[in-house]
Design a protein around this ligand. Structure first.
Ligand SMILES: Cc1ncc(C[n+]2csc(CCOP(=O)(O)OP(=O)(O)O)c2C)c(N)n1
Length: 556
């Protein structure tokens, strides 16, 4: 078997059904990929291809594959940043000119290894096709075990052609064992499990903070079971959103800098915090002020390097979230006497709902983003995948569109503006029978709107809702503050031309719906969900709306 065939057969054996790429990579490989029945989604930038593979990986539970030629590698690296931050298993394959071209000003060539080192957990050079059986298998093993993250292989040849042509000389090694994550579900030390339960039983105000790792582990039922048995309120990070239905009496919402006042208050007031699959980074902890230093912490994580990273006194429990929660539940003695604490957190949730109620109901035009979110929430199908961009898009979607069904999923950019639209296309490739709704600012959508062509060509029928305020809304307050009383033109660095993205979508052959009044949003979503082509709903919104003030602990 030559390298091209070996790569195609390995991907097939590992249950890959899509690859996302920018030309020109694996020219012969693309022929072989067609032959084994893998869809080759050629798109319009390496970064877009990576975001598609990332969205695919987050929703399919399998690695997503993104590929580019040598000069595209740096663009691909830029796209891997979000997957790295979000613990998403993207497998990146790139080409590289052979050794005689290195270090002597070869056209289009820079050194790839150091770039990939920053955004992958494993990056290898393939200099000889005989390495393929080992390295391809290692890519899948690394991507799907421990905490998932991107991995990379650089194949000799501008488009990998040297590796494609060589003979491999070994039979196919791929066994499909590492085709989905978590491929290994390690259990925790039972002594630590018992210790955690004792701490929770003794605590007066314990709370769960559930992160993206709990979602990746598929631990929704287990989180809910444990929470109900021990009367533990549940906050989540943005990545952990939806782990239990957000209308559940124990749900307190999203905690942190992109979160809700009720969750920030609840986690602040807790005397014990159980982090499950959470990076405990600055966003979920509001710069490590929630929970306050000194609060008793238990941390469950599949990656031992994360345990105690930001809360050094934590009880450190290494293991897969779902498995560890099952271990805990098996030993649980149900608790029935936390009434004061539950009343306290429920009062915070009620206050939050009162605060946003008039905003959600606003009939103003231009439309308030909160009202837009209320309409999306009302029309969100039971199996929907909601994909949000970064910044305000993440805040609006996370805090104003509740997920109430265990079958709904939310994924969001881990910070990269423009991620959501291509990621939603990848998510739809992973789940063609589910409704995939993308919530994006116009500044974000402008990054990759060329992918409308890809969506149309492949029939990737997502619904994209563009929160069109003709500006970088999240930058307004900071820019105004920076200007203070200085003369000048802040609009020059904030505002765009008024553009109708529905019309642009129609030019690409997609469905475009323009919305200017709140009452039009619902019918537009219904129509778009029924369309047999990709749809873009352009919603003209008020740029002067900002999310409710954050709740911060006193002195912060
Ligand atoms: C790659 C990247 N560049 C810049 C930013 C900084 N940034 C975050 S939100 C934002 C404004 C987003 O504007 P838009 O998508 O129109 O949404 P709006 O804030 O108006 O709702 C910017 C510039 C970022 N997060 N990522």
């Amino acid at each position: 078997m030559n390298g091209a065939r070996y790569i195609a057969e390995t991907l097939k054996a590992q249950e890959v059904d899509h690859v996302f790429l920018m030309q020109a990579i694996l020219r012969r490989g693309l022929v072989e990929l067609e032959d084994v029945g893998i869809k080759r989604i050629v798109n319009h930038s390496e970064k877009g291809a990576t975001y598609m593979a990332d969205g695919y990986a987050r929703i399919s539970g399998k690695p997503g594959v993104a590929m580019s030629q040598s000069v595209g590698a740096a663009n691909l690296v830029a796209g891997l940043q979000d997957a790295f931050l979000a613990h998403s298993p993207v497998i990146a394959l790139t080409g590289r000119k052979p050794p005689l071209f290195q270090y002597r000003n070869a056209y289009q060539e820079t050194l790839h290894g150091p770039m990939f080192d920053q955004v992958t957990k494993y990056s290898a050079y393939i200099d000889d096709a005989r390495q393929l059986p080992f390295i391809l298998q290692q890519l899948f093993r690394e991507a799907t075990t421990g905490a998932p993250r991107p991995v990379h292989a650089d194949l000799m040849g501008l488009s990998g052609e040297i590796i494609e042509q060589q003979e491999v000389g070994l039979p196919l090694l791929a066994c499909g064992k590492y085709s989905a994550y978590p491929a290994q579900r390690p259990a925790a030390d039972p002594v630590l499990v018992r210790e955690a339960l004792t701490l929770i039983e003794k605590a007066r105000r314990p709370i769960i903070v559930s992160g993206g790792g709990a979602n990746a582990s598929g631990a929704g039922a287990e989180v809910r079971q444990l929470a109900e048995a021990l009367l533990l309120p549940v906050a989540t990070s943005n990545a952990g959103k939806g782990i239990i239905p957000e209308d559940h009496p124990l749900a307190v919402g999203i905690v942190g800098s992109y979160g809700q006042q009720c969750a920030n208050r609840s986690v602040s007031e807790a005397d014990l915090v159980l982090f499950i699959g959470s990076a405990t980074g600055d966003q979920v902890t509001l710069d490590w002020t929630i929970p306050a230093v000194g609060t008793r912490v238990i941390q469950i994580d599949i990656n031992p390097s994360e345990l105690g990273r930001s809360y050094p006194d934590a009880l450190e429990i290494c293991g897969d979230a779902r498995t560890v929660l099952q271990q805990m539940f098996a030993l649980v003695t149900p608790i029935r006497d936390r009434k004061a604490w539950i009343d306290q957190i429920q009062s915070h949730v009620r206050q939050w709902r009162e605060l946003i109620r008039p905003l959600l109901a606003s009939d103003a035009a231009p439309i308030r983003p909160e009202r837009l979110c209320a309409e999306i929430g009302r029309h969100l199908p039971k199996d929907a995948v909601l994909v949000a961009d970064t910044g305000y898009s993440c805040i609006w979607a996370s805090t104003m569109i509740p997920l109430t069904q265990p079958t709904q999923r939310f994924i969001r950019a881990a910070g990269s503006l423009g991620w959501a639209f291509p990621a939603a296309l990848g998510a739809k490739c992973a789940a063609p029978n589910r409704a995939v709704i993308c919530f994006s600012g116009d500044g974000a959508f402008l990054y990759h709107l060329t992918e409308l062509e890809t969506a149309k060509r492949w029939g990737i029928n997502t619904v994209t809702i563009v929160n069109n305020n003709s500006c970088f809304g999240q930058s307004i307050i900071g820019t105004q503050k920076a200007y203070g009383t200085s003369p000048g033109n802040p609009d020059q660095v904030l505002r765009f031309e008024k553009t109708n993205y529905a019309r642009i979508a129609e030019d690409f052959g997609c469905m475009g719906i323009s919305v200017e009044k709140p009452a039009e949003v619902g019918p537009a979503i219904r129509k778009a969900l029924q369309a047999d082509k990709p749809a873009v709903i352009d919603v003209v919104t008020n740029p002067d709306c900002h999310p409710p003030a954050l709740w911060r602990p006193a002195g912060n």
